[in-house]
Design a protein around this ligand. Structure first.
Ligand SMILES: [Zn+2]
Length: 376
């Protein structure tokens, strides 16, 4: 067996109070928290996930002079951005790509959460675009997540629902969990790679709209670039992709699967994407991005419903609620980085002024790392 289980784990290495505890994933040995929000310098940046193998050291967000990158970006935006000017830029972009011949003019990926609803609704109804929406199906829709997905489409969108082969998806998810402790990775691949690839290769749609930039959460990206850097979804040679930390060639050899089984997880080649002339833009560059307001917008305009129960690991009911796998995903980030779901949720709510840092710290202490058994 490739991953024999159960495996023996030496728990001594993880005991509390060790003098020189081991440092994993290349994390900073000195933990530093942001003075303004709940982020710490243990939070990994979004990276070229297709290169991620077991030995990869994760670059993390910077905390300098007690302030994290996400808070710096937030301050910069408050002081320097002229939103009227940004909206004009958006209108110009839409005018450039808008089609009035019956074709789709933009592709909007999403699973039916508040963000995909907002992006598609605003672009269609306020800016007169003709979007096709695209869904890479979550691992396991929650009942309320699937209801929201249907409500989204029923407000008037064509949707291309892509469901990966469940046998392969289960296998890759298990490999990602056992090899990288990252069970969400196969879905992240689909979510990030499929839209640019289908837009460029199959749909002949030249414009893809994503929601907000990872800059909002502390990533090191160019603050003045409205486009998603192709390095996140293109690779020189797609056959060099690693899924679950295992190179594609090895997966094919060791797990009795064929190349076609993996095609929906592979990024597009850099050359092919450049040749297509397709562009991937963040709507959050052009319009202010405020998750709680987006939630209210989705409720008012699209029958979006929050989860009927508090999400384990956090206090919130409205973000990332459509996939049962989210619970396990955030539990693994808590174990690996000390960053659970309440940290993630509270850090942007502090930046947006919804809660104070003191409240946020209490919420993190109360809920972060809570194990969820509701879907077992
Ligand atoms: Zn901060």
């Amino acid at each position: 067996m490739f991953f024999p289980t159960p495996r023996k784990v030496n728990l001594q290495k993880y005991k509390e109070g060790l003098n020189n505890p081991g440092i994993f994933y290349g994390l900073n040995s000195k933990i530093e928290f942001c003075k303004l929000c709940t982020n710490s310098n243990q939070k990994p940046n979004s990276e070229r996930e297709y290169k991620h193998v077991k030995q990869t050291n994760k670059p993390t967000i910077k905390v300098e002079k007690g302030i994290c990158n996400a808070c710096k970006v937030n301050d910069y935006k408050k002081e320097n951005i002229d939103w009227e000017k940004r909206e004009k830029q958006l209108k110009k972009l839409c005018d450039k790509f808008r089609k009035n011949n019956g074709d789709y003019d933009c592709l909007i990926p999403g699973s039916g959460g508040k963000d995909s609803f907002y992006v598609s609704h605003v672009l269609k109804h306020k800016y007169g675009m003709n979007p096709l929406t695209l869904t890479f199906s979550p691992h396991l829709y929650t009942d309320w997540g699937f209801k929201n997905f249907k409500s989204w489409i029923q407000t008037g969108f064509d949707n291309y629902l892509f469901t990966p082969n469940p046998k392969i998806h289960r296998l890759l998810t298990r490999i990602s969990l056992e090899n990288l402790f990252h069970p969400f990775q196969p879905f992240i691949f689909g979510q990030n790679f499929l839209a640019p690839k289908l837009a460029a290769k199959q749909f002949n749609i030249k414009l893809v709209f994503m929601a907000e930039s990872p800059l909002e959460y502390g990533n090191d990206d160019d603050i003045n670039d409205p486009k998603k850097d192709p390095k996140y979804f293109c690779i020189d040679n797609p056959n060099n992709t690693a899924i679950g930390g295992i190179p594609v060639k090895e997966l094919i050899k060791n797990f009795n699967i064929n190349a076609n089984d993996l095609v929906s997880y592979l990024p597009i080649s850099t050359k092919e994407f450049a040749k297509s002339g397709t562009e991937v833009h963040y709507l959050g560059f052009y319009l202010p991005w405020h998750p709680q307001e987006i939630f209210y917008y989705a409720m008012e305009n699209g029958n979006f419903s929050p989860s009927p129960e508090r999400t384990p690991g956090t206090y919130s009911k409205y973000s990332s609620i459509d996939d049962k796998m989210d619970d396990l995903h955030y539990f693994t980030t808590f174990i690996k980085f000390g960053i659970g779901r309440a940290t993630h949720d509270s850090s942007h709510e502090v930046r947006n002024g919804e809660i104070s840092r003191e409240e946020a710290v209490n919420l993190v202490k109360k809920f972060d790392g809570e194990y969820s058994n509701r879907f077992e």
